[in-house]
Design a protein around this ligand. Structure first.
Ligand code: NG1
Ligand code: ZN
Length: 580
């Protein structure tokens, strides 16, 4: 039985900040300047225990991070027992509890949820079912203190707490996914800790590389893919990649072929988190990251093949400097194209009609128009546009496709393999039994079978995505130019506008058009029409712009693309003027 007095006093000790009208659950959970968070964190510690109980004792997760936001911010992402984002109905309960004006009202909500759970899962002792909460945190200076509050509150509820310390967001989701019994059919259960995570990644990646030479196409590391430099955004990703670098050493010693040299830069403490470095900066500004690491560490480093992670390592973008020193960005759209075309081509080696498994890509309004056109016309795959935010794109991929690839342009994404994919693998296995091991269909089968292990299906994962992309380049025998030149991005411009109240701007479902204030969309449309008339092109994507309130920052975001950079810039400026 929960001692209510103890809970109430814990809540009382962390009152609501007077400057905040209410907490809202944004694109990816709660995210605010760190001093505003203790109140919400105590309550979410209690909440996460209740969520675990509400699933009959399945294990859930709390990740303390503000991802790509500046160091001053912190936040929380809640993981449900399947490793995915918190269920939408429970999001509402979380928000109500976070916003209860005082401990008395908070206790009323807690009792209501408790009664509901006890009704659903009656226990012999009259209490709640078992509760298990996994806690992880990023490298922000205030994360340990905030994590302690969550742990204390969950313990006060009687939950078992597994504190993983500093981990990436996708690692925590992976642990939670593996802690519970209901994994997808093709996923081998792993120990739900760091070594379990590293093992499955390393094993499946190395196994994928081993299929390299078999088809006589790839299995080559071209000049600019030999050394892979990882910009850790001065956050958790740098630390975790460094562990992986050591595993690479071991793999090498065991004779694993095809591994690139890994080099990590921008560790925690070497520079400010996410500032002038990391995936958000590189993607939004389309500029290379600043290198904060000491000079001796950078010596001899090539900028020929780089990735940038964000502050909690769930996003990754690639970039390189060509021989003329020109910067090229390979963003989430380029990753979606590479990954979806790879999977589709391998599937076709077994099923030439491509009918057995429905493949598709989920994008957001931020996807570059050229990428959408390429996916439809060249990859010839299905494309769905969903609302910004992982919870929406993830749900759409799951809903529409047997193999659903989703990537936000900012590099957050993954691949979901549905039951039909695993059936297909099983049938192919039976059909191909006894045929020569190295015929193309058998090679494809070996490759496809490894993907669900290498891909972190719980959520986008910078490390897993990086290894997947690298393996595909290796298997295809491609260098970065080949990948970059699949299509040329429409020049684009992204900007943020600070306004008094960003919620006055509302949008349609997939955020491609504004619905309020009333005249805004009309004005945006005429700006787009004028640009289209000025550019006067009959082929390719039309100029496009849209605006939406950010769910993670106190700003309105503006996006514009056109056939020239000037066109995109001026369309974005016009949209910004309309918002001011
Ligand atoms: P907001 O701030 O709502 O735009 C940003 C990203 C999302 C998603 C979330 C979660 C852009 C334009 N938006 O959301 O795609 O990644 O953060 O981290 O990149
Ligand atoms: Zn992130």
């Amino acid at each position: 039985p929960i001692p209510p007095a103890q809970l109430a006093s814990l809540i009382d000790a962390h009152p609501k900040p007077p400057t905040l009208s209410s907490y809202s659950y944004g694109t990816a959970g709660f995210r605010y300047p760190a001093p505003l968070l203790p109140c919400a964190f105590v309550r979410m510690g209690i909440f996460s225990a209740l969520r675990s109980a509400s699933l009959g004792g399945e294990e859930v997760g709390v990740m303390i991070t503000a991802s790509h936001n500046p160091e001053e911010d912190n936040g929380m992402k809640l993981a449900d027992s399947n490793g995915g984002m918190l269920d939408a109905a429970w999001e509402e309960h979380a928000v109500s509890l976070a916003n209860a004006p005082n401990s008395k009202e908070a206790m009323v909500l807690i009792s209501t949820l408790t009664r509901y759970i006890k009704g659903k899962y009656p226990q012999k002792n009259g209490g709640l079912p078992k509760m298990v909460v996994h806690v992880g945190r990023d490298t922000r200076s205030h994360s340990p203190g905030l994590a302690k509050l969550v742990v204390r509150a969950a313990l006060a509820m009687g939950a078992t707490v597994i504190d993983h310390g500093e981990v990436s967001t996708p690692m925590l989701h992976h642990f939670v996914m593996h802690a519970n019994g209901h994994l997808l059919p093709g996923i081998i259960p792993q120990r739900c800790n760091e070594s379990g995570y590293y093992e499955i990644m390393a094993f499946s990646y190395a196994a994928l590389l081993r299929t390299g030479k078999l088809d006589g196409v790839g299995g080559k590391r071209l000049a600019n893919t030999k050394e892979l430099v990882i910009d850790g955004a001065c956050g958790i990703g740098a630390l975790k990649i460094d562990t992986f670098r050591k595993i690479f050493g071991k793999l090498n010693a065991e004779g694993c072929v095809g591994l690139p040299m890994l080099r990590t830069v921008n560790f925690p403490g070497e520079g400010p988190l996410n500032e002038i470095c990391g995936a958000e900066y590189v993607q939004k500004l389309q500029l290379p990251p600043n290198l904060y690491s000491p000079k001796d560490k950078l010596m001899g480093m090539s900028k020929g093949y780089m990735t940038s992670f964000d502050g909690d390592a769930d996003r990754v973008v690639f970039h390189f400097e060509d021989v003329n020193g020109k910067f090229h960005l390979l963003d989430g759209d380029k990753i979606a194209v590479l990954v979806s075309s790879f999977i589709q081509e391998e599937l076709r080696c077994i099923d030439p009609d491509g009918q057995a498994v429905k493949c598709g890509v989920v994008q957001t309004a931020y996807a570059n128009g050229s990428s959408t056109l390429y996916l439809k016309n060249v990859v010839k795959t299905n494309v769905v546009v969903a609302k910004t935010g992982v919870k929406f794109v993830h749900a759409a991929a799951h809903h529409h496709f047997d193999v659903g690839v989703y990537f936000e342009a900012n590099g957050h994404g993954t691949v979901l393999f549905g039951p039909k994919f695993y059936d297909f693998i099983a049938q192919a296995d039976a059909k191909l039994r006894g045929t020569p091991r190295n015929n193309r269909a058998n090679i494809a089968l070996r490759r496809l079978r490894l993907l669900p292990a290498l891909v972190n299906q719980s959520v986008g994962d910078a490390m897993s995505d990086m290894l997947l992309v690298d393996a595909i380049l290796y298997l295809r025998g491609w260098d970065l130019n080949t990948w970059a030149q699949l299509y040329s991005d429409m020049p684009s411009k992204q900007a943020k506008v600070k306004v008094a109240d960003r919620t006055v701007i509302a949008t349609n479902d997939n955020e491609t058009a504004a619905t309020a204030p009333e005249a805004l969309q009309k004005a945006l449309q005429s700006a787009m029409d004028a640009m289209a008339a000025a550019e006067n092109r009959s082929d390719g994507p039309k100029p496009r712009c849209f605006v939406r309130p950010s769910g993670t920052e106190d700003a309105v975001r503006v996006y514009a693309e056109a056939n020239t950079q000037n066109g995109a810039d001026s369309l974005a400026s016009e949209a910004m003027m309309l918002i001011y």
